[in-house]
Design a protein around this ligand. Structure first.
Ligand SMILES: Cc1cc2nc3c(=O)[nH]c(=O)nc-3n(C[C@H](O)[C@H](O)[C@H](O)COP(=O)(O)O)c2cc1C
Length: 213
């Protein structure tokens, strides 16, 4: 069925294979692909460059550029894996070898890993929360850009994003946020659909303001 302007958004039949023809399909059908399902080939340098350009094209109140991106090469991913192991073992001395191996692999699962962190301008007229939201948009744009170029991607955090030693090793100050590890690669298999909120449950139309109490 062809989409029309007045069609309810949840009735649109999106198809990622048609995004060249109908770019809205990218937004209505993008799905994350689990990092563990992302295999070679990853994006080549040109594709990665395009993704990064798209990533930084985000709303940014005051043009503060309140974020940083780090593309973590394979040797650095391996080093990061060792750091994940030592930090995990420090907090869980009873951890099994199998579990430690999972931690070792964690940052190495996909061909490309991009780490997005905040770079907040303190005591600025633009509230910090807006700067952080802009940073979240960088992550979202990366996911969309990867998908638009035919790759899979996933935004993850988990405990390493909140670990001060790992943040320090990445040069992220303690008072900044490691907002996302963005894994990018080729999807081993297409992801299945995920239940989405029904619009009626999350959207309210306000022709007039509700009566004040
Ligand atoms: C800030 C943030 C952190 C996330 N961290 C994780 C994570 O550590 N592990 C995980 O499996 N999913 C994590 N997710 C969820 C996935 O990125 C993704 O939302 C989920 O797999 C469903 O993807 P989709 O709705 O984009 O298809 C996180 C999402 C956000 C926004």
């Amino acid at each position: 069925m062809a989409a029309t302007m007045n069609q309810a958004p949840d009735k649109v039949e999106a198809d990622l294979n048609r995004i060249d023809e109908r770019p809205i399909d990218l937004l209505t059908s993008r799905r994350s692909v689990l990092a563990a399902q992302l295999i070679e080939p990853g994006p080549d340098p040109d594709a990665l460059q395009t993704m990064l350009e798209a990533a930084v094209r985000v709303p940014d109140h005051g043009r503060l550029t309140p974020w940083c991106l780090q593309v973590v090469g394979k040797p650095a991913q391996a080093e990061l894996g060792e750091l994940f192991v030592s930090e995990f073992a420090r907090s869980e001395p009873e951890a099994t070898e199998e579990r430690l191996q999972l931690e070792r692999i964690r940052p190495q699962r996909s061909p490309v890993l991009v780490i997005v962190s905040s770079h907040t301008h303190r005591d600025h007229a633009i509230p910090e929360v807006e700067q952080l939201l802009s940073c979240g948009n960088v992550c979202m744009n990366l996911l969309h850009a990867a998908t638009a170029l035919g790759f899979g991607a996933q935004w993850v955090t988990n405990w390493p994003a909140y670990n001060p030693v790992i943040k320090a090793a990445l040069g992220i100050p303690e008072d900044e946020h490691l907002v996302g590890f963005i894994h990018i690669g080729t999807a081993k298999s297409p992801p299945s659909e995920r239940a989405r909120p029904h619009l009626d449950d999350v959207v309210r139309f306000l022709p007039t303001l509700p009566p004040r109490l």
